[in-house]
Structures are given as C-alpha cells and as structure tokens.
Design a protein around this ligand. Structure first.
Ligand SMILES: [Zn+2]
Length: 168
C-alpha cells in the first residue's frame, strides 16, 4: 500500500508524503483498513488515491478493503519525509519549505498594500529555491501551476519554470 503514488506527483509515494497513517488487518474478518489523511482540501487527488489503494490491495489478494479518512492531526507539508522531499527536488518540483521558515509569507492582510507586498517578496526570496540550480532568485508566475495543489514559479538564474508544492 505504501507504494501507492500521489496521482499528481507521480514520483512520491503516499507514505513519503505523510498521507498514509495506518494499515490494519482484522484477523477474524480479513478486512484491511487503511487510514489516510487528506492533503489539500478540495484536492481531487484524494479520490484517486483512495481508488489506487483499493486497487493495489485487491491486486495483492485482499478483497475486503476499507479506506478511512482522519482529519486530525491535520496533514501539513511538514509531514513530507526527507526522502519525499529529495524525490520532489529530483523531479524538478520545489519542496514546500518548513512552516517555521515561511512566517513572512503569511503577513497580516490588514497592512497597507505596499507593506504586505514587500514582506511577501522577502519571504519568497528566503524560502523558495530553484530545484534545478538551487538559486534563491525565483519568482512566482502563477498561484496555480499544473494543478490546484501546486503553483508555477520561474528561476531568474537559469530561466527555467518549475512547479512548487504549495505550503499548507
Ligand atoms: Zn535555476
């Protein structure tokens, strides 16, 4: 089951993303219960992940499969394992920065436009590095990349665009 990959980020498994919480098998009934935590709310990927888990277990010979969803503790990008982060980087996807490193990105919205825009630039420059050359000189092109869960960025150093998993 842990080999099931995120349908949107094919190189990373649900275990490495921290989505997979628990797999239990009831010896009496033979039922396999898989517990997962959804990532981004409204992300259609979770339905695909559920179906993939069922298919993987059916293929492995388990007919009675239940997939349960737990919302607490809530998933965050901090649950992505080091191996998962390395794979994301290797695939040219910038891994989300740890929560502690992106406080500047969450500047209060009540400030004036000029102030909040300025602090956002600072936070971005500190936290998002190009997955190809490692340059911190990057800019966000679009809040929405290939999917709603990713945003599109561009490196000013090597001029390559890249996807970034949105921090949550
Ligand atoms: Zn670059």
């Amino acid at each position: 089951v842990s080999a099931v990959v995120d349908p949107e980020i094919r190189v990373v498994t649900i275990e490495e993303l921290g989505i997979l919480r628990d797999v239990r098998r009831d010896d009496a009934t033979g039922r396999v219960t898989v517990t997962i935590t959804p990532t981004y709310s409204g992300c259609p990927a979770m339905d695909v992940i559920r179906a993939d888990i069922r298919r993987a277990l059916h293929t492995a010979g388990y007919d009675d499969v239940a997939v349960e969803t737990v919302l607490r503790p809530a998933w965050s990008t901090d649950m992505i394992s080091d191996a998962g982060r390395d794979k994301l980087a290797a695939a040219g996807i910038a891994p989300p920065s740890p929560v502690s490193a992106r406080s500047e990105e969450r500047a209060p919205q009540s400030r004036t436009n000029a102030t909040s825009a300025g602090s956002r630039v600072v936070g971005v420059r500190l936290s998002v590095r190009c997955p190809r050359c490692g340059s911190p000189d990057t800019q966000e092109l679009s809040r929405f990349g290939a999917t709603a869960c990713k945003s599109l960025w561009r490196c000013r150093e090597c001029r390559e665009p890249f996807d970034r998993v949105k921090p949550l």
